[in-house]
Design a protein around this ligand. Sequence first.
Ligand code: ADP
Length: 258
Amino acid sequence: MICAGIDAGSRAIKVVLLDGASGEVLSRVSADQGCQPGPQAQELFEQALAQGGLARRDVRRVVATGYARAAVQADTTVTEITCHAIGVHRTLPAARTVVEIGGQDSKLLRLDHDGRVRDFAMNDRCAAGTGRFLEMVAARLGKPVGELGRIANGNRCPAAISSMCAVFAETEIIGLLASGRPQADIIAGVQAAVAARVAAMAGGKIVQPVAFTGGVAQVDGMAQALEQALGQAVIIPDNPQYTGALGAALAAFRQIAP
Ligand code: ADP
């Protein structure tokens, strides 16, 4: 029974095709979110079908999640909080806390031992605790965001970024660059600032094990920055950016499983 999960996030669209009975992921694809999330999600869904050697009629149910889920052609929608919880429970069943840092929001979920959401907090008001801040510094340095970690390369002298707002922080970064501060220090400083905003949301109430998911978990150095800010170890599950889409595909299977 093949099911699809489409996570139309604020920054990227992710599609997972899953064989619900075996739990095997048949294909996963992602692309930047453009200005037309509906048609773009449809195109990506077709790419996922082609990658898995499947036809549309092979897919029994489609669940959409994420910020732009209402624009996606699907059988039903499920919130991203629920989908992230389901996805993490599949990839890291022991996880009791989930820190998800996406393109324009960050979330903190507390799960029970069955993977049900017990509590959550979300920041979708301030770019400083999101992937957007990393993208902004990458654009300023003229580098792809995926390369930031390589440039920072385990840097231990992060520049202090004191502005609480990403817009003012950009001005601060321009000043640091003008004063000759190395790019590696600035990237490490921005990573520490993102991690600090997320840790503030947790308010010290972290239950282990902690899963770190979302596109930002792919950036080298972010896990270490988060561990330092939380004072706790974190684990990145496989394919962390696809956790919501995987959860949506699993939710689709739950809806039709006999
Ligand atoms: P959303 O679900 O909100 O669209 P994602 O979980 O897909 O967000 O994460 C998007 C974020 O992932 C970007 O803002 C960026 O900081 C980060 N990221 C990490 N690696 C890459 C990459 N190779 N290309 C683009 N963004 C990346």
